[in-house]
Write a protein that binds this ligand. Structure first.
Ligand SMILES: Nc1ncnc2c1ncn2[C@@H]1O[C@H](COP(=O)(O)OP(=O)(O)OP(=O)(O)O)[C@@H](O)[C@H]1O
Length: 972
């Protein structure tokens, strides 16, 4: 294979056998392998039918060893030879990338993959190398997951920045490089790193990796004979599945993940496209972490092999086709691999010598030039043939045309230039060298900052996720509590409602009782009112009757006393007679005739008879008065008897009623009795008073009667006197004698008569007044007597007759009704009271229940709070434990890798083969050609980066000889 060919990316294709799922899905082989050709494969798919030619084809039956021998082994040789090498494994998930790279079991001779075999080969080559060669092997293991670089040997560093420096090129800053001195040590590192890999489940493959893993082995070698140094770096890359997201069934976070993984893969595709299309000036290495790290491997200083892993099944036709096309594109990428060598001291010495002589020549040339300038400046001239040139100045290496350029190219500068040229150019405008360095520095700083910010962001995101989880838990708790709370609240509100209902019913009951009481009182008062009205009506009726009767009686009595105004007429006649007499007396002539006298006598006789009549009337009146008094007394007696009888009857009735009815009726009867008694006693008092008054009046009347009698007697006497006078007059007329005497007598008589008449007038008036009064009294008495009689009758009726019985029945009915109403009211009252009592009891019970519920609620809340606190404490403890575990893990990892200074100490290995140069200082002093174990000596060197990291501080002092005598246990 020519060098030109070797600079092309080697693409080999491996097919795995159909897996269970493909068989189950009815997948058939769509790939056919040509027996005669080991580099062409034919695809007979639905979508595509055609051949693909690669550097090598590995059918499904190819063993791990065959793959290694036919595709990878040359790369190992290259790395040992000081070249950079890269092995990519590309393909869809489950296509056999990991199987190819790492193998199913690294301890199994058959199944172990390329990486273990490479490691073994490297160590084998080292051991096979001449003893003048001293090697140091260091490994690093990282993964790119979600566009973040994680150190698998120090997983705490999960977002390492990529730096680029002029001398080192592109590298991952802070990535742990572990020095290893045996295959077992490498295995140990691989196993530890593998454990830290992120594996996410997809339905394509349960162990499918969603990350790109890069295992780097750096082999540095020093030729002890000439001091030359070479280093080769082998990157072994297991890419993430190249399938489309949909097919893996990835979703949710995995979708996000897939997008980022695809970002790296699509960037890889873009880089390959740009490298192979022949027209792109810009290669987008910076588009992803993967392409940036593998910048050297793609079109740069590296010998690269791409293993494309495919499924032969029709089930994965699309993915297989895509993978094959990817391989085809990558095939044409051209690299510029070169040996990473440093000059030996002899070479450097020669270079120095040359440089020094050049410096001297230049110095001479400068002084000659300065001399010539001095002449020119002083106004002189220098002929052209004398002008100073580099040749003349003695600087043989310096040509006159390019005085500043060294004649021979500086090897160191050339080497640096070569390195720059060989490195794929990072897209940037054409810059000055210093500027470029400055920019790279600035870029590195910025990358660091980005990485820092990203890890901070990741931490925050993690914290956020934790918080979200916690929040979710608390929300759940809150939901449960809220639900419980709601239930309790609804229960509470229900209870409250019931309580309110009970209270309301209670109130309603009380209101009903009050209204019934009021109705009762109203009915009672109505009854009272009716009774009163009845009594009043009766009284008013009686009073009306009484007044009428009184008027009638008075009229009758007065008519009886003065029938047809006889007295007045007689009085008139007498007055006329007297006036006549007066006129006779006044004229002095006896005009009174006999006829007139006879008339007078007749009138007088009439008067007499009238007086007699009056006397008779008075006596009758007297008699009647006495009769009335007697009657009244009788009535009084009867009234007393009646009262007694009534009382008896009342007692009897009450006793009967008491026997039949309840206390309430008795009360009503008692009330009635009290009322009646009150009425009777009041009436009795009034009547007694009246009787007293009547007695007094009677006495007065008697007195008046007496006076009347005496007045009557006087009238009689006057009458007699008048008769005497008349008789005298008759005798005078007859004798016509003694006229003067007669006149005198007449005068006297007239005067006496006038006097008597006036007296009579007064008396009559008084008598009439008295009579009227008496009549009134009599009438009143009679009315009162009637009333009493009526009352008596009433009482009699009340006690005996039907009306009384009816009334009693009515009253009883009323009473019964009232009793019923009262009973009902009492019943209602009692039932209401009962209900109220029940409601109160219920209320109390509910209050207790509410209190209990409240207590329960409080209890629950307290419990919740304590649970919450407990949970928080637990969470804290878990967090602490997690932190502890993490720190322990990292400590253990670091203990074995990062913290173990031995891992950071270069453990140079010496070749067992014959020294290539005679007289090389065998520093280790170990005999060549001895046993395999004895041939490998561990030489403790302190590389510059270990010194930088500080680990070398304690180890830099021990003597070299002592350290050289340490033996690698793995090789004993
Ligand atoms: N050539 C082969 N011969 C036999 N079995 C194989 C071969 N290649 C792969 N397998 C099996 O197929 C399965 C998937 O392989 P592997 O895990 O290597 O796939 P992968 O491409 O690395 O997947 P991922 O992208 O998820 O890492 C494994 O069980 C492996 O043992």
């Amino acid at each position: 294979m020519g060098d030109q060919n070797r600079n092309n990316i080697r693409v080999v294709c491996r097919f795995r056998p159909q897996n269970k799922r493909e068989n189950a899905e009815g997948g058939v082989h769509i790939i056919t392998f040509d027996e005669g050709s080991d580099d062409t494969v034919r695809m007979e798919g639905k979508e595509y039918q055609g051949n693909f030619t690669f550097d090598a084809i590995f059918p499904t039956t190819t063993t791990q060893k065959q793959v290694f021998e036919h595709s990878i082994k040359p790369i190992v040789d290259d790395v040992i030879g000081g070249y950079n090498g890269t092995v990519f494994a590309y393909g869809q998930t489950g296509s056999g990338k990991t199987f190819t790279m790492m193998g199913a079991d690294i301890d199994n001779e058959e199944l172990k993959g390329l990486i273990p075999r490479i490691v073994e080969q490297i160590f084998h080559d080292i051991l096979e190398s001449p003893s003048t060669m001293e090697y140091t092997v260091k490994v690093s293991y990282m993964e790119i997951y979600m566009e973040k670089i994680r150190d698998l040997l120090n997983p705490q560093n999960d977002n390492l920045p990529i730096h680029e420096e002029k001398n080192r090129g592109v590298y991952v800053k802070g990535l742990l490089e572990v020095y290893v001195s045996s295959v077992q040590e490498v295995y140990e590192v691989m196993k530890r790193g593998g454990n830290a890999r992120v594996v996410a489940y997809t339905n394509m493959n349960a162990e499918s990796s969603r990350s790109h893993s890069i295992f780097v082995i750096t082999v540095s070698q020093k030729n002890l004979a000439d001091g030359s140094v070479k280093s080769g770096r082998l990157s072994l890359v297991d890419l993430a599945g190249s399938e489309k997201v949909g097919k893996t069934g990835a979703s949710g976070q995995t979708l996000e993940e897939a997008k980022k993984i695809n970002k790296s893969l699509s960037a890889l595709g873009m880089v390959i496209n740009a490298l192979t299309d022949g027209k792109s000036t810009h290669i987008p290495y910076r588009d992803s972490k993967l392409t940036r790290i593998l910048q050297e491997s793609l079109g740069g200083n590296s010998r690269t092999t791409l293993i494309i892993n495919c499924s032969p099944s029709s089930f994965n036709e699309a993915e297989t086709l895509s993978t094959l096309r990817f391989g085809m594109r990558a095939k044409s990428i051209k690299n510029k691999a070169r040996v990473n060598a440093e000059l030996s001291p002899a070479e450097l010495k020669a270079l120095l010598k040359k440089a020094k002589s050049e410096a001297v020549s230049f110095q001479q040339y400068i002084s000659a030039l300065e001399g010539e300038i001095g002449i020119w400046r002083s106004g002189g001239t220098v002929p052209k043939e004398n002008w100073v040139s580099a040749d003349k100045a003695g600087a043989g290496a310096v040509t006159p045309s390019t005085p500043t350029t060294p004649a021979a190219p500086n090897p160191a500068v050339e080497a640096a230039k070569k390195e720059f040229e060989s490195r794929p150019s990072t897209p940037a405008p054409i810059l000055e060298k210093d500027e470029r360095e400055e920019f790279l520095k600035r870029e590195n700083e910025l990358t660091d900052q980005i990485a820092e910010k990203e890890s901070l962001l990741a931490k925050q995101e993690k914290l956020l996720a934790e918080m979200k989880e916690e929040l979710g838990y608390f929300k759940e708790q809150e939901e449960t509590i809220t639900k419980e709370n709601k239930e309790m609240a609804s229960e509470l509100s229900e209870l409250k409602l019931q309580l309110e209902k009970v209270t309301y019913d209670n109130k309603e009951g009380a209101i009903t009782i009050d209204s019934l009481r009021e109705a009762n009182a109203e009915l009672s008062s109505e009854l009272e009112q009716l009774k009163k009205t009845l009594v009043e009506l009766k009284i008013s009726q009686k009073e009306g009757d009484k007044e009428q009767k009184k008027q009638e009686k008075m009229a009758q009595m007065m008519a009886e006393l003065d029938p047809s105004g006889v007295i007045s007429a007689k009085e008139k006649q007498i007055r006329e007679a007297l006036n006549k007499l007066d006129s006779i007396d006044g004229s002095g002539s006896a005009t009174l005739t006999m006829e007139e006298l006879a008339t007078l006598r007749r009138e007088l006789a009439d008067s007499k008879s009238l007086v007699t009549q009056h006397e008779q009337t008075i006596s009758e009146l007297h008699y009647e008065n006495e009769h009335l008094t007697r009657k009244r007394d009788e009535l009084e007696v009867r009234l007393t008897t009646l009262e007694l009888e009534y009382e008896e009857l009342l007692d009897k009735t009450i006793a009967d009623e008491e026997a039949n009815s309840k206390i309430d009726i008795t009360e009503t009867i008692q009330e009635l009795r009290a009322k009646l008694e009150g009425q009777y006693s009041a009436k009795k008092e009034v009547q007694q008073k009246e009787i007293e008054e009547l007695k007094q009046e009677l006495e007065k009347k008697n007195e008046e009667l007496h006076k009347l009698n005496s007045a009557l007697a006087e009238l009689k006497r006057a009458n007699e006197e008048l008769q005497n006078a008349i008789t005298e007059k008759e005798t005078r007329i007859e004798g016509r004698k003694d006229t003067a005497e007669k006149e005198k007598d007449m005068e006297r008589i007239r005067k006496t008569m006038a006097q008597q008449l006036a007296d009579f007038d007064v008396m009559k008036k008084a008598l009439m007044r008295d009579l009227q009064n008496r009549c009134e009294k009599v009438v009143e008495l009679e009315i009162s007597l009637d009333e009493t009689r009526e009352q008596y009758n009433n009482v009699l009726r009340n006690s005996n007759n039907k009306a009384q019985q009816k009334k009693m029945a009515f009253l009883e009915r009323n009473l019964e009704q009232l009793t019923n109403v009262q009973k009902q009211l009492v019943e209602q009252n009692s039932s209401l009271k009962k209900e109220v009592a029940i409601a109160e009891r219920k209320l109390l019970a509910r209050n207790e229940r509410i209190q209990a519920l409240e207590a329960l609620l409080q209890d629950a809340q307290e419990k919740l709070t304590t649970q919450n606190q407990k949970f928080e404490a637990q969470l804290q403890a878990v967090r602490e434990r997690l932190e502890q575990a993490r720190s322990q893990k990292s400590a253990s990892l670091l203990g074995s890798f990062a913290n173990n200074p031995n891992n950071r100490i270069a453990k140079p290995l010496r070749g067992q083969g014959h020294p290539s140069l005679e007289g090389v200082d065998n520093v280790g002093g170990s005999p060549t050609g001895n046993s395999f174990a004895a041939a490998i000596q561990v030489v403790l060197l302190l590389p510059s980066d270990v010194m930088r990291s500080g680990y070398g501080n304690t180890l830099s002092t021990p003597g070299r000889t002592e350290r050289r005598t340490s033996w690698l246990p793995g090789f004993r």
